[in-house]
Design a protein around this ligand. Structure first.
Ligand code: 5GP
Length: 192
């Protein structure tokens, strides 16, 4: 998605070897016009899948997921993160290793908000090693819901998340695909 790639070039900051900071438009300050355009793009990509629900993880997935929900006219549910796993009968939950924070988070979703009649689109801000998405997939399985696809804002193709999801035959679409960071600059897959 060209608008997004231009914004990444303009405002993204490469940190270290493999982290992109996008707090100017996605992870802290949020650009609603860009989120809305991304929501429409996710709709174009998944409109034939009869999606009934969008799932994401707090906090950075919420903005793109809600704007996608606006395009699909379906509810958006975000998994909540908490540090210790207190046993909760009314929740589905999974453990997710956070790539950027280097800690384990437990994520959970109330059983009220997902069930076997749901056809789910998972949306997240980044795909790196795939842990966040895998946690959501675990929850979808627990609920016996149907996974229809995964929509990612920014994929880093040099990390192993995409490979994991492809190996499971999951329909993954990413709006921007980063092939590498070279000398502090972002190189997109199509520029390689
Ligand atoms: P994964 O679980 O795929 O390894 O990592 C995905 C999660 O880690 C995303 O939800 C995102 O919050 C965070 N993350 C991974 N890589 C990056 C990055 O390069 N920049 C930012 N800002 N967050 C990232």
């Amino acid at each position: 998605m060209q608008l997004l790639e231009e914004r990444i070039k303009k405002d993204g900051q490469v940190l270290g070897e493999d982290v992109l900071k996008v707090d100017n438009f996605l992870n802290h300050q949020v650009d609603p016009d860009l989120m809305a355009a991304m929501g429409e793009e996710f709709y174009r990509l998944f409109k034939d899948a009869n999606i009934t629900k969008i799932l994401t993880v707090e906090s950075s997935g919420i903005a793109p997921a809600v704007l996608a929900g606006l395009s699909f006219h379906v509810p958006v549910v975000f998994a909540r993160k908490h540090k210790s796993l207190t046993l909760q009968d009314n929740m589905y939950s999974a453990t997710v290793y956070s790539y950027t924070k280097k800690v384990n988070n437990h994520i959970s979703i109330s059983k009220k908000f997902i069930d076997e009649n749901d056809r789910v689109l998972v949306i997240d801000d980044f795909l790196a090693n795939g842990q966040a998405v895998e946690g959501l997939l675990e929850i979808i399985e627990q609920a016996n819901a149907q996974l229809e696809g995964v929509g990612i804002v920014i994929e880093k193709t040099f990390q192993k998340g995409r490979e994991l999801l492809d190996a499971r035959g999951i329909h993954v679409e990413s709006l921007a695909r980063i092939a590498a960071f070279e000398n502090g600059e972002v190189v997109f897959v199509e520029d390689k």
